[in-house]
Ligand binder design. Structure first.
Ligand SMILES: NC(=O)c1ccc[n+]([C@@H]2O[C@H](COP(=O)([O-])OP(=O)(O)OC[C@H]3O[C@@H](n4cnc5c(N)ncnc54)[C@H](OP(=O)(O)O)[C@@H]3O)[C@@H](O)[C@H]2O)c1
Length: 306
């Protein structure tokens, strides 16, 4: 154990589980803040919080090396008014609660790495967006802006801040991949809509290494796109996924089918139809060594990993 404590708020989910394991293997003491701690014996401690109010969990922050905040209601649901409110509140409230706790403890964490999303840019069409691009104007862009603003507004003079605008994370244990691969196995993996919308993606293992870099690189503060340098169109993405899963052809899914399918699956059709062409300007400057910069090897790795 290197005795540095890292708090992962919302660390019980898809990204958090992989990140917690990696940090544990790197000999950090890992503490997950969760609404439902499990009692099982584990080298990774789980501490209860509700994501909005002060409580005993705040003690964990005193003297911690880092906070990583991944908290947020999953966006994979219909984007009606109630769900959009819950998506926003779960994110903004968690940032505010953590910031208030940091302000109270004697020795606040030295670094805070905050999740955001490439949804910040709205629908980018085929315009490539690095971190200088302005915020978009749709509902998810507005949520990302409020989410990021909550951290910007927090006065934390002893804590460096990094915000990662994360793209579609590809891994087996969550996110979009399990659904897309299941549909593709059933020969339903055709291009979605016109297929020209861009997907900015990243392999889970590269994203985890970006979080580690943010924690460990002294003096690094930024808002950075956490994606590969190679966004692809939806048609290309689905073609590569079919190739990786040995499904040579599937009929394309026109918009009305996507809308119907999304309703049946209890999700939001715009998530599949929006175009997000994002460039990782900051990580390119840092010469970040992506293990999976190209889509096909990334998909093949995920398809064969047990
Ligand atoms: N996965 C992606 O492709 C992707 C892409 C871009 C951005 N992101 C962002 O990265 C973060 C982590 O993503 P993920 O895929 O790991 O998400 P996830 O699997 O849904 O995990 C998020 C965690 O947040 C906590 N949470 C959910 N609703 C909450 C609420 N109302 N109040 C307090 N906590 C709540 C949950 O922890 P407990 O139930 O244990 O409390 C959950 O484990 C999210 O903020 C997400 O928006 C993810």
């Amino acid at each position: 154990m290197n005795h540095k404590r890292i708090i992962i708020a919302g660390g019980s989910g898809f990204i958090g589980r992989a990140l917690a394991r990696e940090l544990y293997l790197r000999h950090y003491e890992v503490v997950i803040l969760t609404r439902t701690p499990r009692t099982r014996t584990s080298d990774i401690r789980e501490v209860e919080w509700d994501g909005r109010n002060p409580g005993n969990w705040e003690r964990e922050l005193d003297g911690a090396h880092a906070i990583i905040n991944l908290t947020g209601k999953n966006i994979d649901c219909p984007h009606n008014a109630a769900n959009l409110r819950a998506i926003t509140d779960s994110r903004v409230n968690s940032v505010r609660a953590l910031a208030a706790a940091c302000a109270c403890v004697a020795t606040p964490p030295r670094v805070w790495v905050q999740a955001s999303a490439v949804g910040f840019y709205g629908d980018t069409s085929d315009r490539a967006c690095d971190e200088h691009a302005p915020a978009g104007s749709n509902a998810l862009a507005s949520i990302c802006r409020q989410w990021e603003d909550a951290l910007t507004e927090a006065t934390l003079p002893r804590t460096r801040k990094i915000t990662l605008r994360i793209g579609m994370v590809l891994g087996r244990g969550g996110g979009a991949f399990p659904v897309l691969s299941e549909l593709t196995r059933w020969y339903l993996g055709g291009a979605v809509g016109e297929g020209r919308q861009y997907i900015s993606w990243i392999h889970l293992s590269d994203l985890v290494r970006m979080f580690v870099l943010c924690v460990e690189r002294e003096n690094f503060s930024a808002t950075a796109n956490a994606v590969t340098p190679n966004p692809v169109t939806n048609a290309e993405f689905m073609r590569e996924l079919r190739g990786a899963l040995k499904r040579p052809w599937s009929p394309p899914a026109p918009r009305f089918v996507v809308k119907l399918g999304a309703r049946l699956l209890g999700t939001e059709p715009s998530l599949a139809l929006i175009s997000q062409r994002c460039v990782p300007g900051i990580f390119l400057e840092l010469e970040f060594p992506w293990r999976y910069p190209k889509l096909r090897p990334a998909l093949e790795n995920i398809c064969v990993t047990p």
